[in-house]
Design a protein around this ligand. Structure first.
Ligand code: HEM
Length: 409
């Protein structure tokens, strides 16, 4: 029987509580040991062990089933809300065959080789960000450093003209709440609708521009696919550009921010990386594992699953996959999983998901973070974070990141 377990010591899974946001890892440990497939008051199943998380993301008996899932969670009318309609066209929320078709249209832009070719440009953007503050002696590592790089890179890939970008720099970090596993309030849905409508209006104009003046960018490529006939509808085009824009930066800002915080909280690891810069590639994998900027994804059971960690998952029910918890599971990382160790062997974090939805931008994010962190350590070796003990976290759970991270040198 599937029962809710609520032991003494408070609820096992309360992911928007300040304590959880500050440090989710002790909560994950309790979940993994006390109730590894936990049932929430909203009837969702929460998988916290590496083996279960990994299986759910890869097993074809699970899918996204976004429209039915949203109707069950809210009401059938929810699909009249523009923001939900738009999300239903995201490749991230689609099942095959739509998913295969949508992903196939953009996958070539993200191959390891294409992304490696972008390294010199990424280096240039990082150097410019440091040049802009170097004489100041202090900066906010989020706003002045981590934020501009992924936004600039994704704007360039999409072909958003430079003089249109300022509005994106200002407004683009507000959408994270849409992904959290707690129902949205009417006000939050209204805010999501407003943001979505503005983005739709902007991108429709840009599509027109690219129809008249094609460029060497993803929007031009997708506009041509749309014009070709039945490869892509206009709604799908807009929705997936919005997805790429959102998925392409908030997550990477947070990888850089969380990684820099982790390093400065572990001075031995910081010193080691400064002494041996070649460790950067492994260090990035360890940052992804140690404090993932995406903490959760989810799947819906497309048929009844008789045994997931001893529980039965009825058809249509949602399983939340705690990536951050799987990354700290001692069954896979027996050597002190809660310790940062940039030389840890065989680090294969689940932070980019798994199965058919495996992150399209994984290699891009890795290179951006590698160049950003390595360059910062080289060019500002005396940089210190002002308050490593009590940084201010953003109040979202799925996207884990810092509001700001002031530093001086
Ligand atoms: C999918 C994490 C950066 C674009 C995903 C998923 C995760 C993830 C966990 C899979 C969700 C699922 O299985 O349901 C991350 C992290 C990043 C990052 C941790 C940075 C540290 C990026 C970047 C881009 C990107 C830079 C693009 C420029 C996408 C897209 C999908 C995706 C389009 C959907 C793929 C599909 O459904 O087939 N990401 N991501 N991500 N990511 Fe990322």
């Amino acid at each position: 029987m599937n029962e809710q377990v609520q032991p003494a010591g408070g609820p096992l899974f309360n992911p928007l509580s300040p304590d959880f946001i500050r440090d989710p890892y002790p909560h994950y440990e309790r979940l993994r040991t006390i109730d590894p497939i936990h049932v929430t008051p909203f009837g969702q199943f929460v998988a916290s062990r590496h083996a279960d998380v990994s299986l759910v993301m890869r097993d074809k008996r699970f899918g996204k089933d976004f429209v039915e899932r949203s109707k069950r969670r809210y009401s059938p009318e929810i699909m009249n809300e523009p923001v939900f309609r738009s999300m239903s066209h995201w490749m991230l929320q689609s099942d095959p065959p739509d998913h295969t078709r949508l992903r196939g249209l953009v996958v070539k832009a993200f191959t390891a080789r294409r992304v490696e070719d972008m390294r010199p440009r990424i280096q240039e953007i990082v150097d410019q960000a440091i040049d802009a503050v170097i004489d100041r002696g202090h900066m906010d590592l989020i706003e002045d450093f981590a934020f501009r790089l992924p936004v600039t890179v994704i704007c360039e890939m999409l072909g958003i003209p430079e003089d249109h970008r300022e509005v994106f720099y200002k407004s683009s970090r507000d959408g994270g709440r849409l992904l959290d596993p707690v129902p949205l309030s009417p006000e939050e849905i209204a805010k999501g609708n407003a943001g979505n409508m503005m983005a739709q209006m902007y991108f429709q104009q840009l599509f027109e521009l690219r129809r008249r003046n094609p460029g060497d960018d993803l929007i031009t490529q997708l506009v041509q696919a749309e014009e070709d006939g039945n490869k892509l509808t206009n709604e799908e085009l807009t929705a997936n550009i919005i997805l790429l824009f959102g998925a392409g930066h908030e997550t990477t800002v947070n990888l850089i921010g969380n990684g820099l915080l982790a390093l400065h909280r572990n001075p031995d690891q910081l010193a080691l990386l400064k002494a041996q810069p070649d460790l950067i590639t492994n260090a990035i994998e360890e940052f992804l594992r140690y404090d993932s900027s995406v903490q959760m994804t989810g799947r819906v059971a497309l048929e009844q699953i008789d045994d997931l960690g001893g529980k039965t998952i009825p058809k249509g029910e949602t399983v939340l996959c705690l990536l951050g918890s799987a990354n700290h599971d001692p069954a896979v990382y027996p050597d002190h999983p809660d310790r940062l160790d940039i030389t840890r062997p065989n680090v294969r974090p689940l932070s980019f998901g798994g199965g058919i939805h495996f992150c399209l931008g994984a290699q891009l994010a890795r290179i951006e973070a590698e160049v950003a962190i390595a360059t910062l350590l080289r060019r500002l070796p005396d940089l210190r974070i002002d308050d490593v003990e009590n940084p201010e976290w953003r109040p979202t759970f799925v996207l884990r990141g810092l509001k700001q991270l002031p530093a001086s040198w």
